[in-house]
Design a protein around this ligand. Structure first.
Ligand code: 5CA
Length: 450
């Protein structure tokens, strides 16, 4: 992609309305624009990130055996009357009336709808277990939308729903999703700790929230430092050969036996047993939450199946949410410096920025064009007639994991500079082929000199 032909409206000034780094950087890097309070338009670069996150979530949900479907954003009020939630949900629900005076709502979540879909589709034990998910926009009329996409009113969520014949099955689904979430966050380049949490509007007996630690997080969190990230990440090795109940038990135990809770679930007695040196208190951004709520919805909505022994039972359910749009802000909150965003490779809008320091110099242009062709859609080529300083600042702001810097002096010797945005490796002077091969790209056609 050529920057000269792209809509990436970066801002030099810090927007006054943004209180925290991720919100400032999302506006400054041209990822989003606010259209109304808590409602954002995703500009091309922002949409690329959102789509990449959604795809990682999708791949991991599929890997865990969940199936994707797509439910509508608009739901009928009658559906929510069946579960009894229409009247209790309160002002967060955006209620709409159509031209026939039928009551509708913009879905804040989909427990009711998926239960009706399953009620029509599953009749016996043969049809269970199932885990279904979709990635769809939600609307919650939050009292205080703030921090950009972190607390929006319209936001993108992945929500999954599990249906099992009995408690053991449901608990297994819960453990599977918990593990799936650790894989998702690892691929997104952040650490999110599962914490015991309140069940709130969704209800139920058991729930964990996944928190990315950040001083700007809205929740107070308490955890045992023994529950470190390495431990969470190691769980992935255990499932190379798929899931079996024993493996899942081991994983679940290692993720949940150490103390970790949000303030609503903070248990002073259990906390007192954690050695002082291991006590950690901080703030977290909730990027996912999982719930086990048994037969709460299946019973109220009359969804039962016939067991093998002929007995009719209400399926045991759970639901599992990931805040896909919130993650964009949360990841930036965890990964930025004073110059801008530091994207992980997996979700950067562009993996590589090509910086042409002397637009119009034939050799420099030629090398840049060649790099652009070779790197394809994952490269953003800064081909504007701008000063080098501007190009450096904007590449740092946008946060491409890699920068290839091409100037006339190096170009004359066939050399470019390859730089890592996270500063973990020092910049290197390389041949064009060398830079491409460092990025995993074969270059069989070296550019001819002019
Ligand atoms: N049905 C369940 C799970 S599928 C559910 O709705 N869970 S939730 O309420 O916890 O939401 C799931 C995730 O959506 C949260 O963990 C959070 O990351 C994200 N989320 C919730 N509210 C907002 C909001 N106002 N703005 C951005 N993301 C949000």
């Amino acid at each position: 992609m050529r920057l000269s032909a792209s809509l990436i409206p970066t801002l030099k000034e810090t927007p006054a309305e943004a209180q925290i780094a991720s919100h400032r950087l999302m506006l400054r890097a041209g990822l989003v624009r606010q259209m109304a309070s808590g409602i954002y338009a995703w500009l091309p670069a922002g949409l690329r990130v959102l789509t990449k996150i959604a795809n990682i979530v999708r791949e991991e949900q599929d890997r865990a055996g969940a199936q994707e479907l797509l439910m509508p954003t608009i739901q009928s009020a009658d559906l929510w009357r069946e579960s009894g939630r229409y009247d209790v949900y309160g002002k967060e629900m955006l209620r709409i009336t159509d031209r026939h005076d039928r009551e509708l709502l913009y879905g804040p979540t989909n427990e009711e709808m998926i239960t009706v879909i399953m009620r029509e589709g599953a009749k016996s034990y043969r049809d269970l277990p199932q885990i279904l998910y979709h990635i769809q926009w939600k609307f919650r009329d939050e009292v205080r939308p703030r921090f950009g996409v972190l607390r929006g009113r319209e936001f993108l969520m992945k929500d999954a729903y599990s249906f099992d014949l009995d408690y053991e099955g449901a608990f297994l689904s819960y453990k599977k999703m918990m593990h799936c979430y650790t894989r998702i966050f690892q691929r997104l380049g952040v650490s999110a700790i599962p914490m015991r949490a309140d069940t709130g509007q969704i209800g139920g007996d058991l729930s964990h929230e996944f928190h990315i630690l950040a001083p700007t997080g809205e929740s107070a969190v308490f955890y045992d430092s023994d529950l470190d990230y390495a431990d969470i990440e190691n769980q992935n090795d255990r499932t190379k050969f798929g899931y079996d109940p024993k493996t899942l038990d081991v994983i679940y135990a290692s993720l949940t036996t150490k103390y970790a809770a949000t303030d609503e679930k903070h248990d002073l007695e259990a906390w007192a047993k954690v050695p002082d040196v291991r006590k950690r208190e901080g703030r977290g951004i909730e990027v996912g939450q999982i719930f086990y709520f048994g037969t709460k919805y299946s019973e109220k909505m009359g969804f039962s199946v016939v067991r093998k022994d002929g007995l009719r039972v209400f399926p045991e359910m759970g639901s599992y949410g990931v805040g896909v749009s919130r993650l964009v802000g949360a990841i930036i909150e965890a990964r930025h410096d004073e110059l801008g965003i530091i994207w992980p490779d997996s979700i950067a809008p562009f993996r590589v920025g090509i910086l042409n320091l002397r637009q119009g110099d034939p050799l420099t242009d030629q090398i840049c064009e060649h790099l652009h062709t070779k790197l394809g859609a994952e490269a953003l080529y800064d081909d504007r007639e701008e000063r080098a300083g501007v190009k450096f600042a904007e590449a740092d702001l946008m946060g491409h994991p890699w920068q290839i810097i091409v100037g006339p002096k190096g170009a004359a010797n066939g050399l470019v500079q390859l730089k890592r945005r996270d500063g973990k490796t020092s910049p290197r002077e390389l041949s064009v082929q060398g830079a491409l091969s460092a990025l995993g790209i074969e270059d069989d056609l070296p550019p001819r000199s002019v």
